[in-house]
Every structure is written in C-alpha cells, then in structure tokens.
Ligand binder design. Structure first.
Ligand code: 5GP
Length: 115
C-alpha cells in the first residue's frame, strides 16, 4: 500500500510519461488523453491534493505553477496564438486525479465557456 499519487509516480519515473519540462519544484508532461493539439499537465512536486487544500505557505509554489505553464506555452509555440490554463477542482469540475495540476491547452481555437 502506498499513499503516492499517480502524478508522484509519474514524477518519480515509476510510470512512464512524455516529459515536457522539469525544475526543482514543478513537472510538466503530456496528458495521456489530449483534449487539444497541445495538452500538457503542470504539477507541483509537492503533492497538494486539490486547490482547496492549498495554504498561504503554498503561495510561491502556486505562482511557480503558472510560471511553468507560461514556459510550457512558450516551448510549445502556443503563447502568441493563445492557450488556456485549467485547474479542475472537486466533483463538479470533474477532477479525477488528486494531485493538483494545471491543464495547459492550446493549438486550436478553444470554445468558451467550456461545456
Ligand atoms: P483532471 O480530470 O483530474 O482535471 O485531469 C486529470 C488528467 O490526467 C486527465 O486529463 C487525464 O487524461 C490525465 N491522466 C490520467 N492518467 C494519466 C496518466 O497515467 N498519464 C498521463 N500522462 N496523464 C494521465
């Protein structure tokens, strides 16, 4: 029995992934079921389960997630055409993995509001 999250296993290499970017605090990899031509997940290495579990002490880390999302968008060539960052939180938003993550979506025109 382990309390490691799915994304912690991906970060640690126990589950393979297509890594896009990594630094000391954040990790970015392609979503296994992409919803757009570019669909990258940006996660903190610290396994915060949900945005609702983030605390004031996590302020710097939360900022780092968006900075990594921006870096990914630049690297993927979608920064100027446009991209969307999504943090699904809890049941109504359809959160399925209990390790905070930012979806970075782009590479096509995205509908708003989402369904
Ligand atoms: P959520 O629905 O929690 O906001 O997003 C979880 C995302 O993780 C989904 O888009 C799903 O496709 C992705 N995902 C689930 N399992 C894996 C996996 O094993 N590898 C990768 N790369 N993505 C995964």
């Amino acid at each position: 029995m382990t309390d490691e999250t799915l994304f912690t296993k991906i970060i640690n290499g126990a589950i393979p992934c297509d890594t896009v970017y990594e630094d000391e605090h954040t990790f970015a990899f392609r979503d296994i079921n992409p919803g757009a031509p570019v669909h990258v997940l940006v996660v903190p290495k610290k396994p915060i389960a949900r945005l609702t579990d983030a605390e004031p002490a996590d302020a710097e880390l939360l900022g780092r997630l968006l900075l990594t999302a921006n870096k990914v968008a630049q690297m993927e060539g979608i920064a100027e055409s446009g991209f969307r960052c999504v943090v699904n939180t809890n049941q109504d938003a359809g959160q399925t993995v209990w390790h905070l993550h930012v979806h970075v979506l782009g590479g096509r025109a995205l509908q708003w509001p989402p369904g």
